[in-house]
Design a protein. Structure first.
Length: 245
């Protein structure tokens, strides 16, 4: 286990490195250790699992992940201001912790760590949905790509992911997510838990990939049909998808 007790408090880290959350990075820092520990517990048994985190910021969730029984923790961070923070964290955590400076939208997550792997992340709001779609596409190709994904979204997005048929939030994200995974909205995170507080409530969603049959349609086909079906909710479904008949 890393000697995390020697690390300075997260608020001191933010002050020392002048890490004001930047909207262009979709940043809202989560500093409550009890809450980040709760997120890690929601991920389930990560013993021996290689965990990937997106946008670690000052490292609150990262510290909780490193306290778990995960085999390794790999963080992907776009903001160059955060790299010195991650370097300090690696000094304490040792070989179990690695980080990559890069664009989370351009990383092939199946290449950076071996299986079993899981994703646990407080996702930047501005790229959360396209990241999820990319991971679902990987799960379609290989249900073993990720043991699980435990992800934070804006509450509205989480509702769209976990909505059931007939719910006003039901749409493309629900169809894709629930086709490929068991997706459960675990708990909400109030805006006051973040620094600075966003204008919205957030939610944790836990995904466990399903085993698909060989007769499943292609991911691209389902994506196109759902995009057409739900792009104009007032339009009759028949006219929305007629070109796919």
């Amino acid at each position: 286990m890393p000697d995390l007790d020697t690390l300075p408090p997260l608020r001191d880290v933010i002050r020392t490195h002048n890490l004001r959350a930047d909207k262009k990075f979709g940043q809202n820092f989560l500093l409550d250790g009890n809450l980040t520990d709760k997120i890690v517990r929601q991920a389930g048994d990560v013993s021996g699992v290689n965990v990937i985190e997106i946008g670690p910021g000052p490292g609150g969730l990262t510290r909780s992940l490193l306290k778990s029984e995960a085999q390794s923790v790999t963080a992907i961070e776009f903001d160059p201001r955060v790299i010195p923070v991650l370097e300090k964290l690696k000094e304490s955590a040792g070989e179990r912790f690695n980080f990559i400076q890069g664009d989370a939208m351009e990383v092939d997550y199946t290449e950076i760590v071996s299986t079993p792997r899981a994703i646990v992340a407080n996702l930047p709001y501005n790229v959360a949905t396209p990241l999820l779609i990319g991971w679902l596409a990987q799960i379609y190709k290989d249900s073993g790509a990720y043991q699980s994904m435990t992800l934070m979204f804006q509450k509205e997005v989480a509702q769209r992911i976990t909505a059931q048929v007939g719910d006003k939030h039901y749409g493309r994200l629900a169809v894709l997510s629930q086709w490929l995974c068991d997706a459960k909205r675990a708990f909400d995170v109030p805006a006051s838990a973040f620094t600075p507080p966003p204008k919205v409530t957030s939610s944790i969603v836990h995904f466990v990939p399903k085993q698909l049959s060989e007769s499943e349609p292609t991911f691209e086909a389902v994506e196109k049909v759902t995009a057409a079906a739900f792009c104009q909710r007032r339009k009759m479904l028949r006219s929305s998808v007629k070109e796919y008949k």
